[in-house]
Write a protein that binds this ligand. Structure first.
Ligand code: ZN
Length: 414
């Protein structure tokens, strides 16, 4: 396998949802490929994987977030377009960026060398795998932090930011959002791949409500909660357990409607999950891996059964202190709550749930509201619409928790 340093001076357009990001100055190593079934076109020290006699078609399989230069040394790219810019974006000089799992066709007009003024048209088939960088395109609010992650094992990458005034990043990938604007973060891996992600830093929203629902999904409550959220155009966060065999469609709906899928655990049994650090770690990994396999969503946000302040785990002294200190090293974030609807406790009617919500809110902070997505939870279902209308009227913004949301933690009691 040959490698070559490659400098890209052009601009790369990334598209995701309705947003487009201008990137510039990405420097990367190109990983070269060979395949005995393909005709290898050599150009200088570079080899490209090209097949088909007439059209010079190339096939690439890229990890999410990975960049690849389609052309070889000395070649000039006259134009380059992608038929699915939300899956693979292209720069004018032939660098592709894998943004979303799927397939795309990139068409490039290339002049092979300076002496040669006939342009070739090449078509590249590009497959983007679901594994790779977890956040190829993302938003952060000013002041937030984020640990960049790979859904791949043992990736050792060195990160840098093209605009340290907007967002700085540590070599290991801890991002701090400093100022409103756009930045491009690139990583060089030890095996010669280049990953890139586009970050947009937005202004800080001060008074936020993060609605959270634990213990779902279930067939009675989840659809009703989702309908109310949809009607009000509000995104929330669902801390789920392993869905029952027939309930995966409910989790799918949570994802498709733009909510954050988060981990409560593969199971909820206190006497099992807090037996050891390994038991708890496995309880998160099993569910994260299951959701990734089923839906391609890499969940890093978690909530301890009973919260980090629970005392039910005291049968294993000190376990919560140990776990709270370990979760970040394991690649997880954890959220307790600072507003308790008490819908699994003291609230007897939907009026109680609403009152607990209303009395718990405070301006100028992120309000993480604890609610439950258990079977027949009419106390929350019947209060939810009123909660949202009240929150909006009071000037709060409803947001889903993201991997860069400031974590809300309780004091640990064990
Ligand atoms: Zn729970």
């Amino acid at each position: 396998m040959m490698k070559k340093n490659w400098k890209v001076s052009g601009k790369i357009l990334c598209f995701m949802l309705a947003m487009s990001f201008m990137l510039s100055g990405c420097q990367f190593k190109e990983k070269l490929k060979s395949d005995e079934n393909k005709v290898s076109v050599a150009s200088g020290s570079l080899e490209k994987q090209v097949s088909d006699a007439d059209g010079k078609k190339g096939k690439y399989s890229l990890y999410l977030g990975e960049m690849e230069n389609l052309t070889a040394a000395g070649e000039e790219v006259l134009s380059c377009t992608s038929n699915k810019p939300e899956v693979v974006s292209v720069s004018e000089d032939g660098v592709v960026h894998a943004l979303k799992k799927g397939n795309a066709k990139v068409t490039a007009k290339v002049r092979p060398s300076e002496e040669n003024d006939t342009a070739d048209t090449r078509v590249y088939q590009i497959k983007v795998k679901k594994k790779g960088m977890v956040y190829p395109v993302f938003f952060m609010m000013k002041g937030e932090h984020l640990d960049l992650q790979f859904s791949l094992k043992d990736v050792h990458a060195t990160w840098k930011s093209d605009n340290e005034k907007i967002a700085k990043v540590s070599k290991k990938g801890k991002v701090t959002a400093l100022k409103k604007g756009k930045a491009t973060l690139t990583a060089e891996t030890e095996d010669g791949k280049t990953y890139c992600c586009s970050l947009q830093v937005t202004k800080r929203i001060k008074s936020v409500i993060y609605l959270t629902f634990d213990d779902g999904p279930n067939r009675y409550t989840t659809p009703k909660v989702l309908d109310i959220l949809k009607k009000n155009n509000v995104k929330a966060t669902f801390f789920e357990l392993k869905p029952a065999k027939d309930d995966f469609d409910l989790t799918k709906r949570v994802i498709e409607e733009g909510h954050t899928l988060a981990l409560h655990g593969y199971q909820h049994k206190y006497d099992i999950v807090y037996q050891s650090q390994k038991k708890y770690h496995d309880n998160l990994d099993l569910l994260r891996n299951l959701f990734f396999k089923k839906f391609g969503v890499w969940c890093t946000i978690s909530r301890f059964p009973g919260g980090s302040s629970n005392t039910i785990s005291k049968y294993n002294p000190g376990i919560m202190t140990k776990l709270a200190g370990k979760l970040h090293d394991w690649g997880y974030h954890y959220f307790d709550w600072n507003v308790d609807s008490q819908d699994a406790g003291g609230a007897r009617t939907f009026g109680d749930t609403f009152k607990n919500f209303k009395n718990g809110l405070a301006k100028g902070r992120g309000n993480v509201v604890l609610m439950h997505d258990y079977d027949k939870n009419d106390k929350t279902i019947d209060a939810l619409d009123q909660m949202i209308r009240y929150g909006k009227k009071q000037g709060y913004t409803f947001l889903p928790i993201t991997a860069s949301t400031d974590e809300v933690h309780h004091g640990v009691n064990n």
